[in-house]
Design a protein around this ligand. Structure first.
Ligand SMILES: [Zn+2]
Length: 310
């Protein structure tokens, strides 16, 4: 290749020890036959990186393939993007070379579990202060793997505190917003009793089976703990999805009112809520540790303790 009107800079964003070529709309690119200097053919594994490689990158760099172990949930948020609510979970992650953070967006959240290892394809980098962190993109693919190591000593991280609230639900609202599995357009007219539905996007307009449509949940849960005022909390998509997967395997995922009835019928709920009032997890009381002792569920205890190991 021959570049005309490109600029070489030594900012070394994409490869520590190398340099970047910046191109503008004026730059032109030509194919070139024999190169008049010694060169190396690109390696087929060149887009597979480790955490230490990532920490050496600048922002907005693509990370083709990386294997990561998910250590701990750092934060759970719902943000507005172009008028739509998107959920985001931030995890501390590592491999044997180091640790960083990974933001997991929207539909991918339910595929990631604490303590498990995954191969992520097509991530991108961001800067969080001086640290380079990772984020998923709309084209990210996640597959489970095993045997991703961790550094000999893990750095302790600040985790957004969670509180456990126990009691019966006094009111609940669950909005199940269907989305097309092909074009991801939101659907307003989907009838849960019809076996098929035509995508409402004019560009897509495919007729598909109703259960194939994806669903994004939002809503409000009000719980009345014993001897204290009732608490109103916002339901996240991942919290409702987790509840449906664990406790409503047979129910219709698009039927928000049926889910509301299921929750109201439970004698007591155990709810993990973060400082922003977002429900991170909820379950029927009998499925959890005895909450009258104020215990934190086992999974969270395990995830915090190993970060303290040396
Ligand atoms: Zn569609």
């Amino acid at each position: 290749m021959k570049f005309v009107d490109g600029r070489c800079v030594t900012r070394r964003y994409s490869s520590p020890g190398g340099f970047d070529v910046l191109v503008s709309s004026q730059s032109r690119l030509y194919a070139f036959g024999d190169l008049p200097f010694p060169h190396r053919a690109p390696s087929r594994t060149s887009d597979r990186l480790t955490v230490v490689d990532v920490l050496g990158l600048g922002p907005r760099q693509r990370v083709g393939v990386i294997e990561l172990k998910v250590l701990q949930l750092l934060d759970n948020q719902v943000v507005e993007i172009q008028g739509a609510s998107m959920e985001l979970k931030c995890f501390e992650v590592c491999d044997s070379t180091g640790q960083t953070a990974l933001s997991v967006w929207d539909r991918l959240i339910s595929t990631v579990q604490l303590g498990q290892c995954y191969t992520f394809c097509s991530l991108t980098t961001r800067k969080d202060g001086s640290r380079t962190v990772l984020t998923t993109t709309p084209s990210t693919l996640v597959t489970a793997t095993t045997g991703v190591g961790q550094p000999s000593s893990l750095r302790q991280v600040t985790v957004v505190a969670e509180e456990i609230v126990c009691g019966p639900a006094t009111a609940v609202k669950i909005v199940a917003k269907p989305r097309c599995p092909r074009c991801h357009a939101g659907q307003d007219q989907l009838d849960v009793k019809c076996s098929t539905h035509r995508c409402e996007s004019n560009i897509c307009s495919m007729l598909q089976r109703t259960p194939a449509y994806l669903v994004t949940y939002s809503g409000v849960l009000i719980v009345a703990p014993r001897d204290v005022n009732e608490r109103s909390m916002a339901l996240t998509n991942s919290a409702v999805m987790g509840f449906v997967k664990e406790f409503c395997v047979a129910c219709n995922v698009h039927d928000g009112p049926a889910l509301e009835e299921t929750i109201m019928a439970l004698p007591e709920l155990v709810v993990s809520v973060n400082a922003e009032g977002l429900v991170v997890h909820f379950a029927p009381a009998m499925a959890m540790a005895d909450c009258s002792l104020g215990d934190i569920p086992d999974a969270e205890e395990a995830s915090t303790s190993y970060l303290l190991e040396d």
